[in-house]
Each structure stands twice: as structure tokens, then as C-alpha cells.
Design a binder for this molecule. Structure first.
Ligand SMILES: *Cc1c(COP(=O)(O)O)cnc(C)c1O
Length: 333
């Protein structure tokens, strides 16, 4: 698997740290828990989309684009990192942002990621909840092309095989860090949404035969919808990378039960997870993805899925840029 065959621009601070969480481990009394800090990728406060954008922006530049178009919720981390990556490369950036989340914190419609999108010079198109994001992006691309611009559309979450290359790379990075430290992991757990992170990890780990199971905690649709998305991107990536054979369907594990009433809506488990990680480790999670994923991890530990003596790694995918738009989810907010 030679990733250098694909065009890539540097955007992320790599490698991200891999650290033990001894006080969280002690508080839960189960397996040893470590964290891979992809919240520290560095681009406009970082997060998991930065690794994908290294390949997506390179592809846009290779195709001669002068504008990138992408979409997401009003507080999308993917959109904010895309706006920053575009700014870094002198590309214009157009954002399709439907109000998909019914969350009414006063900061939500103005602060957090959206404030940064605007600071980064992106053109923001706020839309009604029901619009078809792909159709809106296609329409915008057509209109801009008609004006002589050269748009490049990045799908929601940057989740296509090109973007997922970033997480095949992360799979190798994590494995080599673990090898250097002399530690092995029994599972890798993370928050999963549009599926590209999980697809890249699964295919990357399969390609190097790491035998490290990946567990995606579903943070938006149902686990079935998520595994369909992960499989599709994973198979496309495996073909691109020439990884032999089909992607093993058993390697795609998506766990439901922690999203609560819906995408971006706070849950009690999320609030508990944010407080516990902050108080035991000084580690800040986010309310939409990593907090619900950690709530899942905590629950799986309590259910006895991982014995004491096992070692698991939590991939922190970022998202803390939106935290202040959720102040009212907390007792003192
Ligand atoms: C986008 C995102 C995820 C999910 O990653 P996907 O590749 O879309 O599945 C997880 N955590 C955070 C903070 C994100 O912004």
C-alpha cells in the first residue's frame, strides 16, 4: 500500500499523539484506555476531516479547480476544516448548510464552527432543513461553472475513497506508533457519521494485516445505514489501493444506541462522558460525535465487552469547536 502514489498536500500536524488515559481507566475499572488525538490535527482547531482534506484538496488542485463546494449542518466540523484548507490553498469556498439540527442554543446559529467558516472567508448558504444537499451542491457547481469558475465538489463529511485515504494513512500511523511503544490494542473505537473515517481505518488496517477490530459508534443515522455507507466507501478505497479481495463485511462493526433523539441533540450519556473525561484527564470531547462515542465506550466497558487486562484505543475525532454552542446542555449552562 503506497499512499505516495496519490496527490497529497500537507495540512495536518502529524503524527497526532497516542497517549494512555490512566485516570479514566481507573475510574471505569475495565480495560486500559488510550486515546489517539486526531482532535490535534491543527487546521483551524483540528479534527478528523483534515486528514481527508490532504487528499481531497490535492485532487481538486490536480483537476485545476479554483473553488471548492461542500455541505454539512450549520455547525459542521467538516465544513470548517474545508473552509480552512481552501483558504490555505487560495481556493474559493462555497458552503451549503441546511439547518438539519433542532437545537436552540443562542450561540448555535452564529458561533462555533459557523463563526470560523465566515472568518475563513467562505461563502455561506444557510438553507432549510429539508433540502437535498447533493442536489444543492450540484446546482451551485453548475451555476459557478456557468460564470467561468472551476468548482470541485467535496461530498458531505469528505467521505469518498479519496478522502478515506487519509484514514488508511492514520491506520498505518497508529500501528507504527503502537509498535514503537511496544503496545498492542484489542479494539479501536470512534464516532462515525458519514463513514469515511471508519472505511479508511478498516481498509488500511486490513491492508497491513494489523488484526485490530474497529468499532464505529453511530452518531447520526441508524447503524444499518452507517454500515452501508462504510462498506461502499471501503470497497471503493480497497479498489483504489489494490488491496486484494473484498472488504470483509464482518470487519465493519457499527454500534447503535448512543445517538439519542437524533444527530446533534444532546444525551445524558454524552454529558456524563464529557464531564468524566474532562475531570479525570483534562481531555475535552465534543457533544455531537466524540462525546456520544465515548458514552458508547463507557457503556461497552460497563457491559463487560472488554475484560480488564485488555487495551483499547479511542480515536478522538475533534469537534470541540462546537462545544460553546451547546452550553445550555449542561446543568450550569
Ligand atoms: C465528521 C466527524 C466524525 C465522523 O467522521 P466520518 O468520517 O464522517 O464518519 C466524528 N467526529 C467528528 C468530530 C466529526 O467532525
Amino acid at each position: 500500500m503506497q499512499l505516495a502514489r496519490f496527490p497529497r498536500v500537507p495540512l495536518a500536524h502529524l503524527p497526532t499523539p497516542l497517549e494512555p488515559l490512566p485516570r479514566l481507566t481507573a475510574a471505569l475499572g475495565g480495560p486500559e484506555i488510550w486515546v489517539k488525538r486526531d482532535d490535534c490535527t491543527g487546521l483551524a482547531t483540528g479534527g478528523n476531516k483534515t486528514r481527508k482534506l490532504e487528499f481531497l484538496i490535492a485532487d481538486a488542485l490536480a483537476q485545476g479547480a479554483d473553488t471548492v463546494i461542500t455541505a454539512g449542518g450549520v455547525q459542521s466540523n467538516h465544513v470548517r476544516q474545508t473552509a480552512a484548507a481552501a483558504a490555505r490553498h487560495g481556493l474559493a469556498c462555497e458552503l451549503v448548510l441546511p439547518r438539519v439540527v433542532d437545537w436552540h442554543d443562542p450561540n448555535y446559529p452564529v458561533g462555533g464552527n459557523l463563526l470560523m467558516d465566515r472568518l475563513l472567508g467562505a461563502t455561506v448558504h444557510i438553507m432549510d432543513k429539508g433540502v437535498d444537499r447533493d442536489a444543492e451542491m450540484a446546482g451551485l457547481a453548475e451555476r459557478l461553472a456557468g460564470e467561468g469558475r472551476k468548482p470541485y465538489v467535496i461530498p458531505v463529511g469528505g467521505s469518498n475513497p479519496v478522502g478515506a485515504l487519509g484514514y488508511a494513512n492514520c491506520a498505518m500511523e497508529l500501528t507504527s506508533q503502537a509498535n514503537e511503544l511496544g503496545v498492542t490494542f484489542d479494539a479501536l473505537i470512534h464516532g462515525s457519521g458519514s463513514g469515511g473515517t471508519q472505511a479508511g481505518l478498516v481498509v488500511g488496517l486490513q491492508a497491513i494485516r494489523a488484526r485490530l477490530p474497529v468499532i464505529g459508534i453511530n452518531d447520526s443515522d441508524t447503524a444499518d445505514e452507517l454500515s452501508a455507507k462504510v462498506s461502499e466507501v471501503a470497497q471503493g478505497l480497497a479498489d483504489m489501493l489494490d488491496v486484494a479481495g473484498e472488504v470483509d463485511p464482518d470487519a465493519i462493526e457499527c454500534i447503535d444506541g448512543y445517538v439519542g433523539p437524533g444527530y446533534g441533540i444532546p444525551t445524558d450519556g454524552m454529558v456524563e462522558a464529557l464531564k468524566l473525561c474532562a475531570e479525570t484527564e483534562g481531555l475535552i470531547l465534543d457533544p455531537v460525535y466524540s462525546g456520544k462515542a465515548m458514552a458508547g465506550l463507557i457503556d461497552l466497558v460497563r457491559l463487560g465487552r472488554f475484560a480488564r487486562g485488555r487495551r483499547i484505543v479511542f480515536l478522538h475525532t475533534g469537534g470541540t469547536a462546537a462545544l460553546s454552542t451547546y452550553a445550555s446542555a449542561f446543568d450550569w449552562g
